[in-house]
Write a protein that binds this ligand. Sequence first.
Ligand SMILES: *Cc1c(COP(=O)(O)O)cnc(C)c1O
Length: 492
Amino acid sequence: MKLFFSTRGDREAVSAPEAVLRGIAPDGGLYVRGDFPQIPLGELRDADFCALSRRILGAFLAGYDAEEISGCVARGYAHKFDAPEIVPLRKVGDMHVVELFHGPTAAFKDVALSILPQLMGCALQKMGAENEIMILTATSGDTGSAALTGFADVPGIRILVFYPDKGISPIQRAQMTTMRGKNLGVCAISGNFDDAQTGVKRIFAEISPDFCRENRVALSSANSINIGRLAPQIVYYFSAYLDMVRAGEIALGEKLNFAVPTGNFGDILAGCYAREMGLPVGKLICASNANNVLTDFLNTGVYDKNRPFLTTISPSMDILVSSNLERLLYLALDGDAQAVRARMEQLKETGNYSMPEAAMQKIRALFAGGCATDAQAMETIGRVFRETGYLMDPHTAVAWKVAEDYRAASGDGAPCAVLSTASPYKFPASVLCALGEEVPADAQAQIDRMEALSGTRIPAALSGVLNRAVRFVDVIAPEDMMAYVLGKAARA
Ligand SMILES: *Cc1c(COP(=O)(O)O)cnc(C)c1O
């Protein structure tokens, strides 16, 4: 059952529960499986989301038994989503929208972060771990609240979330700073998301083992570098596909394209894994905002983060270092961990690296890339709303626009599912502006206005959040993150 090992060459294989507890491999690499179990689509035609989760997670996360997975799925998803399907599919114009935002914080990260804490808690029990787990997470906005919600009051686990002080929406901030739960901490960083993410990675790499031993604490991560976070995301590619089959939109076996608003490359990588597991995926359309480092990578084969970090209206995609790309490199380089390691080291030193042409050809056979500016995303929100009555958030709009561009440029007429990663109510100022409306200064007034205009309801997850008492007010410089963590992790 020890099927997981590091992308960077440490050949020590671990089981899924071990990989989930560790988050990142000791050599700094990410855990991957060497093979992909095959999922027989035909037999799953009538499976609902939870049944699919049991089947797919059971197959992929080797080392958990069926009963454990079943318990995690039940505790993770029961009564937490405001749609009975968990991930509903809607036909909108000539696209299909996969709504990933019906969870407790109204963003796609809920799908995985509802179940990851269960997988971790289960792994802790299974391994008889003596240490307390301390989850460190950097968030560009949505991971934080989804992780805090998922981990709140899970025994044996504490969580500390770092978010960039600038660049997240008032609602996102309020969702985090007002969270209840005894085992939670939240801290702002005077920097951007990459500063926060780099800071967290540094702490993982540099924290002293003696300190951890003395304080009986082990660090782990809830970012999408954790394989237990990635695996649940494979499920909705299957569920969306089967929904399309059941709706008569595609035949079983026909190819389906997916357009994915991409930041850290976790969401879209799960689509690549779904294909490896037998799902008939046509193209994965990797959509970026003005931070288009991935578009350039797909076009040129050179990854280069040496460029200005831009703040956009789709903040969860404002990322210059997409961590999960490392897992794609590993696949494209045929599991040559030394070649992956060399590139990751070069990225750290010079901020760029290049890929061999043969690997890029493999990548381009599955991935198409494109980007959309804020103005294009706004135009798309307004136009799609006027034409279909469907209201999208700015992240989803980037994917929609890039999917349209891809269709026009490639002539690929395959049906396309756009992954919708956030409720439009999370970004009311941008959405109102896109509709040509005046934007009230007060965030609550903004979402009230949107509700009146769109004929949809404010998600329960967001109503009232702006009025809750703020609990967490710390703001620190990126270079002070280590000291902050040591202070929090030390046993009194
Ligand atoms: C996190 C996030 C994304 C990007 O997903 P990745 O897995 O990081 O690529 C896109 N949209 C929203 C709303 C998100 O929260």
